[in-house]
Design a protein around this ligand. Structure first.
Ligand code: F6R
Length: 240
């Protein structure tokens, strides 16, 4: 694990974007694994700026998102589908047919995880972007999830629902289920960039880097991946 400690959130985004910009310059047809949540928003902003300055293009890029809520429609403002279009896809030259976000259509939900997994396996992700939950989840692989899982439907942890309540009006509105890539899918990526900001993440970052590799701390599996870059600010990195 390469660990980069920065002074601020902006610097985390700057460092992560430098790696991605270089990747897209070297390989314009890269396959990217993308995350949502608060943490990567500044990274996406930097990538939009690089695109506007003609440094990079997304025309050849293929993307796979980590996860999507179940129980809210794709048109809901808090769906990860809306998030991705709002924060990145609508502002760059990504081709719609290259974008993959797990389908949460409830009428066919039993088939969606398998279908996404099959699709995902057609490619190898060059760079996977990750955030981390305060409980150590990556994607929505909550504590206790088998490391061998591939894309599956997960019941969200109460901690995750509380953490994500800030995006909704109240806890009852926060979805209880999601569809997520499994740890096995994430570990197949050639390179992983994990970004973390803020004191709420300090414990999880400590356990991810120095703790035992255990399914109780999903991010700890990253100790076994050959090419992980962890980028933290002072608060998230305060215990390492
Ligand atoms: C998002 C995802 C989650 C988040 C994590 C941190 O696609 O898979 O693992 O990365 O919950 O979220 P934020 O960045 O909002 O603290």
């Amino acid at each position: 694990m390469q660990i980069i400690k920065t002074k601020s959130y902006i610097e985390i985004c700057q460092k992560a974007s430098e790696i991605l910009v270089e990747q897209l310059k070297q390989k314009p047809k890269s396959v990217l694994g993308l995350a949502t949540g608060s943490t990567p928003i500044g990274l996406y902003q930097k990538l939009i700026e690089a695109y506007q300055q003609n440094d990079i293009s997304f025309k050849g890029v293929i993307s796979y998102n980590l996860d999507e809520y179940i129980g809210i429609d794709r048109n809901h403002p808090q769906s990860y589908y809306q998030y991705m279009y709002k924060n990145l896809f609508s502002k760059v030259d990504m081709k719609d047919e290259h974008i993959h976000i797990p389908n949460n259509d409830i009428s066919k939900i039993d088939q969606q995880a398998g279908a996404y997994n099959k699709d995902l396996k057609k490619h190898t992700i060059d760079i996977q972007i990750l955030g981390i939950g305060s409980n150590g989840h990556i994607g929505f692989n909550e504590p206790g999830t088998p490391f061998g899982n591939e894309t599956f439907i997960v019941e969200l942890d109460e901690q995750t629902r509380k953490d994500n309540m800030r995006f909704f009006n109240n806890i009852d509105e926060v979805p209880k289920y999601a569809i997520t890539m499994g740890i096995k899918n994430i570990m197949r990526s050639k390179q992983i960039i994990l970004m973390a900001s803020g004191k709420e993440k300090a414990n999880a970052i400590y356990k991810m880097v120095h703790g035992e590799v255990t399914e109780e701390m999903p991010a700890s599996i990253l100790q076994l991946h050959p090419n992980v870059v962890v980028i933290v600010d002072q608060q998230a990195g305060s215990k390492i």
